[in-house]
Design a protein around this ligand. Structure first.
Ligand code: FCB
Length: 448
């Protein structure tokens, strides 16, 4: 990758999220989030881990941002914990929560980094979850109210605003698989909760635009579904899996409709949403953030969810999450979004890999697979750009090893190794490789 094919104002960053790194979840008047409670329920998270301390970023953010700067990056993606700002999700404000994010954003800017802010990265005020979460018709308005407040406070300094991180995971993991909060398995509730979440996106979009003048969008996780054969049954299985995972949220937001094949996936569980309610979900984003990790090869299987079963790909490298390393899928995904969801700005808002890194030896962590992962995926992103995809930024997941949801601290995605007992940070080789790849592209300072 010695050729400079990315423009000087391309955003090169790392991504993080509040609950995964901050720690101090109840500090300075914050309310408990759904993840705070869920992680403390026995059996929910591997090893009984939780985010009480995490990377202690709540106190160590300045040093962590120094690392981002030292890597020569020009952008930083992070999320706000809504429960710090509205401890009960609605009503009462907690100014000290806003002050924390004010300090954080200023620290980002002082280091010449462009802030890229996510409003909801899976943690929501527990009180709202207990009041029905996304199935409660009022949650959308409470979310919009929170968005209105933070946009009013920070839009002068933050040029990129994403409503949700990976709505599909919120709904699928929370209500189909039951491995994230609220931890139930109820497809009909999942469909209604998704609808409520999409209403929240549309209302937040309007709330943002009433006070903000920058870019407002959404971040989705996309995993291309390749049919295992050319047989019609496998082609149909791939189309259903695509509708469910890749189109469920983008189609309503961009086009004001649900994917054609989605009711087929839910069968009798699919609620009969009135047409006017569905078209009201349209709130075209200024940008789409794409989180890309892997692909799936699928075969028809009537017994499987979506009637599609992922078949294992032999002879390929898999990460510690069991995800196949497949860089071509990133190029394919970016082309696909460009084709189906219009010529709008795209960002790779997450891309990265967990591998079982060893502890630092003489101040060094050797992680050759992760180095190769970033090299190959940046080449894949470059290829999409060469094809005319309007890709404007790339964020590696993640700055730090962190709380990987139901896997706790047992999956390491960081460019920076964290010793959770001492909170010591050590750059992995992949951090240096990523920094070099970015430097070769000629990176410019804050471009927002
Ligand atoms: C994504 C999430 C992020 C992190 C990575 C590994 O689905 O957005 O928080 O857990 O996966």
């Amino acid at each position: 990758m010695s050729q400079a094919t990315f423009p000087g104002d391309f955003l090169w960053g790392v991504a993080t999220s509040a609950y995964q790194i901050e720690g101090s979840p109840l500090e300075d008047g914050a309310g408990p989030s759904n993840w705070h409670r869920f992680a403390h329920e026995p059996g929910r998270v591997l090893g009984g881990d939780h985010g009480d301390r995490a990377c202690d970023h709540y106190r160590r953010y300045a040093g962590d941002l120094d690392l981002v700067r030292e890597l020569g990056l020009n952008a930083y993606r992070f999320s706000l914990n809504w429960s710090r700002i509205r401890p009960e999700g609605r009503g009462r404000r907690n100014p000290r929560g806003l002050d924390f994010y004010e300090r954080l954003i200023d620290a980002v800017l002082e280091r010449g980094l462009t802030p890229f802010l996510t409003l909801h990265h899976w943690d929501m005020p527990l009180a709202l979850e207990e009041a029905g979460g996304w199935t409660n018709p009022d949650t959308a308005a409470w979310f919009a109210d929170y968005v209105h407040e933070v946009a009013g406070r920070f839009d002068d300094r933050v040029p990129y605003w994403a409503s949700f991180n990976e709505p599909w995971v919120i709904i699928h993991a929370g209500l189909v698989e039951g491995v994230h909060p609220p931890g139930r398995r109820d497809p009909a509730e999942a469909a209604r909760a998704a609808h409520g979440l999409l209403r929240a996106h549309a209302q937040a979009d309007a709330a943002y635009r009433a006070v903000g003048r920058h870019a407002f969008g959404i971040v989705v996780n996309l995993e291309p579904k390749y049919p295992a054969s050319e047989a019609q049954a496998d082609l149909d299985a791939a189309a259903r899996a695509t509708a469910y995972m890749n189109r469920w949220f983008l189609e309503p937001v961009v086009h004001g409709r649900y994917p054609e094949r989605l009711p087929e996936v839910f069968g009798a569980h699919w609620p009969d949403f009135p047409d006017a309610d569905v078209s009201a979900l349209r709130a075209p984003p200024d940008f789409i953030g794409v989180n890309y990790y892997t692909r799936a090869v699928v075969r028809a299987d009537p017994a499987a969810w979506c009637g599609a079963r992922a078949v294992p790909v032999e002879d390929a490298l898999h990460t510690d999450m069991g995800w196949e390393v497949y860089p071509q899928g990133l190029t394919d995904t970016l082309r696909w979004v460009h084709k189906h969801f219009g010529e709008r700005a795209l960002y790779v808002t997450e891309n990265g890999a967990a591998f079982p890194d060893g502890a630092p030896v003489d101040g060094r962590v050797t992680d050759p697979e992760r180095c190769a992962y970033f090299e190959a995926h940046l080449a894949a992103a470059r290829e999409a750009r060469a094809d005319g995809v309007d890709l404007r930024g790339y964020f590696a997941w993640s700055l730090l090893d962190n709380f990987e949801w139901q896997f706790g601290y047992a999956r390491r995605f960081g460019l920076v190794h964290v010793d959770f007992a001492t909170q010591r940070r050590t750059l992995k080789d992949s951090a240096r490789v990523y920094a070099r790849l970015v430097a070769e592209q000629g990176v410019s300072d804050r471009s927002g």
